[in-house]
Design a protein around this ligand. Sequence first.
Ligand SMILES: [Fe+2]
Length: 361
Amino acid sequence: MIIKKIFDFLNSYAPFAFQESWDNSGLQIGDLNKKVSRALLSLDVTLDTVLEAKELGAQLIISHHPLFFKPLKCVDCSNNIVKTLLDFNISVISNHTPLDLVPKGVSFSLGMKLNLKNMRVLSPSEEKFFYKLFFNVPTGMERTILSKIFSEGVGEYLYYKNCAFETFGEGRFSVKDDENRVPYLKASNPYKEGKIEVLVRKDRINWVIDKIRSIHPYDELAFDVFEESVNPLNIGYGAIGELSTPKKLSSVIDLVKESLGISKVRYTGDLNRKVKKVAVLGGSGSSFIKDAIRASAEVFISGDIKYHDALDYGDKISILDVGHRASEEPVLFYLKEQISKEFKEVEFFISKSFGDFYKYI
Ligand SMILES: [Fe+2]
């Protein structure tokens, strides 16, 4: 199997088009047409990760944080990471902010690991990722056209796929003087036709219109494209949910330590206070504490909490800083489960370099 199939899966799981402008998700290095039988999932691409992949005989590393974050000015072969990847033909695909933003991504995996119930997105994205496309079709052709355009990114909502809506009406037109033009419709005017509306991810719009044009019988396609302002895939940062029963903060801390396999947690708040509503954000969560308070969460669990943010908000919500890495690791296990189901012929491994990057003495 070639790496491109895994790239396409990741692009459908958490579309690269959702990435922040400063991000660099996608192929980092390598060749999508190379064969893959083993792949390593990791949060970061360090020299240790690359050597681990080499030892495993893996041809691909799937990382959360991009290998190349700042613009690449030169390929310096004294860079051991790049050199080792090239020497051993190991490709790297990273999926960073898209994996943070999707409901089956980083924060929801953390929430699932802590067994939170009724999870929903904490801070819905205000970014507009979709268009609503309307196009006219002769009655009877709807199924043929829709079957050609339904794919990831088209007609897809959070729990539904292949969604479209059709209305029927009467169209009318006159042909401009052009003897070379042969209109599709020679029938009576006005004529009966349908109008289909379908949701399209922005990065798929040209593909969809080209596809419709290639099979549509009209000599000139009638269509409209509007920016969609709703958030149909529930995209956003963080997640909020509830514990199955109210627990003392001290018990929540024990649960977090045990679930994430960590021995230390930085926290603010009263250990005896009972809590039920929990917000989580895998990664650096300082800027989302406000959203957790607004959503009436009693605890906020994340990593990289800044001193001043803890100081400003620590009296309004209990904050648990479990470390950047520990808060993101659950997604590797969840993604491995999903991707293994899809590609039975490929063995997926999780990098052993997990645990908090920082050491405590
Ligand atoms: Fe991160």
